[in-house]
Design a protein around this ligand. Structure first.
Ligand code: HAM
Length: 415
């Protein structure tokens, strides 16, 4: 039986890769405009990092980690980027000499989830983390950059859902309030959520069980748990966002599925995504650094799922075009053609050579299939005349050119 890719993973094929590359190039350009620098961290990390950062009782840590055992060590294929970036920031002293370190990343993440549309086991994040400050202006900038990124990728019809969990103390108060309310519904909650009530009440809000969802969707909160500073911070963020003409809604139930969040959190949803409707999400996680290093460091960020962005983006790039394609007939022509191939490539022009023994007709067919713009034909006649025949593949015409003129001809023709 033919072996297949593991469920929930995908090959990104040559005909799709240009779209991926364009998404990456455009994202890098946007990050550059906002002064974010790229960082690449390992694909796997020590298991302790994610347990401590994301929270022991989160779905990711409980059910979705791909664990690698190597001797006495336990590693995890990274399920997200924030924890790794926080580790890298601390380990490499990236805060040295600067109040704010702005970083971005593009790369694969791994979660052992049940695959469905928009939910994969290996997917890709485009993410940003701004570390060093707790300013509301940074929260506003992150929302604005997310919005600009989506626009740059041609995406519309999305909506921001925004909430504030408040500082660490406020979040504790919010938790108590939530627990008090949920205890009234305890008998209708699933077994796991009954446990979550005492372990980590926020995780009840992530439950996929229908009964639990009915209960949590109907919950009404106000922001009474926010202290004055957090209330002012939240108001300022919303004031800033109001200026951008961004479609948003404040939703008190939005707590996010990872424990490290505090302060302002947000999610960006899209109506065409179906059940997995989040294009991306983010927020503030000031308390994470306290957890990892006992230092007070403000930080916030976001990440988009690239596969989901692609599902709703109209941007599709056509495969890269091959400029030249050399077809030769006879030994001498082949030798001359191979020299020419090297010359053309070294002049910065894409070119390939048909190495097969097939007929001229099938070689031309191959050139067509590859989307070559110009075929350079060299046969016995051409060798005698020291000229090549150039066939224009997009028009039905051809012309003869001296051997020495081929590189210049291609240079001019492809510009
Ligand atoms: P997250 O909400 O877990 O947040 O993931 C961010 C986005 O990744 C989601 O909104 C979704 O588009 C995509 N995503 C998540 N899981 C899958 C999956 N199984 N298949 C396909 N796409 C998926 C984080 O990971 C945080 N680290 C975001 C962040 C950065 N917060 C602060 N900084």
């Amino acid at each position: 039986m033919l072996l297949q890719v593991p469920r929930g993973t995908k090959d990104i094929l040559p005909q799709e890769i240009t779209t991926w590359q364009e998404f990456e190039v455009k994202s890098r350009q946007v990050f550059c405009l906002y002064n974010y620098f790229e960082i690449r961290t390992p694909i796997f990390e020590n298991i302790a990092l994610f347990k401590r950062s994301l929270g022991d009782s989160t779905d990711i840590v409980q059910k979705q980690m791909f664990v690698i055992k190597q001797g006495k060590d336990k590693f995890v294929l990274r399920p997200e980027g924030t924890a790794s970036i926080a580790r890298a920031y601390l380990e490499n002293n990236l805060g040295f000499g600067t109040k704010l370190r702005k970083l971005f990343y593009i790369g694969p993440m791994f979660r052992a989830e049940r695959p469905q549309k928009g939910r994969l086991r290996q997917f890709h994040h485009i993410g940003a983390e701004a570390i060093g400050l707790s300013s509301h202006n940074l929260d506003i900038e992150l929302i604005e950059i997310s919005d600009y990124l989506l626009q740059t990728l041609g995406i519309s019809k999305y909506k921001f859902i925004i909430n504030s969990l408040g500082c660490h103390n406020d979040k504790l108060k919010f938790g108590i309030l939530l627990k008090k309310t949920l205890l009234k519904h305890k008998k209708n909650l699933c077994g796991e959520c009954k446990l979550r009530l005492s372990r980590n009440v926020f995780r009840v809000l992530d439950c996929k069980n229908e009964e639990c969802r009915k209960i949590t969707n109907a919950l009404k909160f106000d922001h009474s748990y926010l202290c004055d500073d957090c209330k002012t911070h939240f108001d300022k963020v919303l004031e800033g966002v109001n200026k951008f003409n961004i479609d948003y809604e404040v939703r008190e139930q939005l707590v996010r599925g990872l424990d490290y969040y505090s302060g302002v959190v947000f999610e960006i949803i899209h109506p065409e995504l179906g059940a997995q409707d989040a294009l991306g999400a983010g927020g503030r996680y000031d308390h994470l650094f306290k957890e990892l290093s006992n230092k007070e460091i403000g930080a916030a960020g976001f990440a988009f799922g690239m596969e989901r962005l692609m599902l709703v983006s109209p941007m599709k790039s056509s495969p890269k075009q091959l400029s030249g394609y050399i077809i030769t007939l006879g030994r001498e022509a082949t030798d001359r053609g191979l020299d020419m191939l090297r010359e053309i490539r070294r002049a910065g022009i894409s070119c390939d050579f048909n190495y097969s023994d097939s007929s001229l007709k099938s070689k031309l067919k191959e050139a067509n299939k590859l989307g070559a713009r110009f075929v350079i034909l060299i046969g016995e006649d051409e060798i005698n005349k020291k000229r090549v025949t150039i066939r224009y593949m997009e028009e039905s015409k051809q012309e003869e050119i001296e051997f020495e003129g081929v590189v210049n001809f291609l240079k001019e023709a492809i510009n």
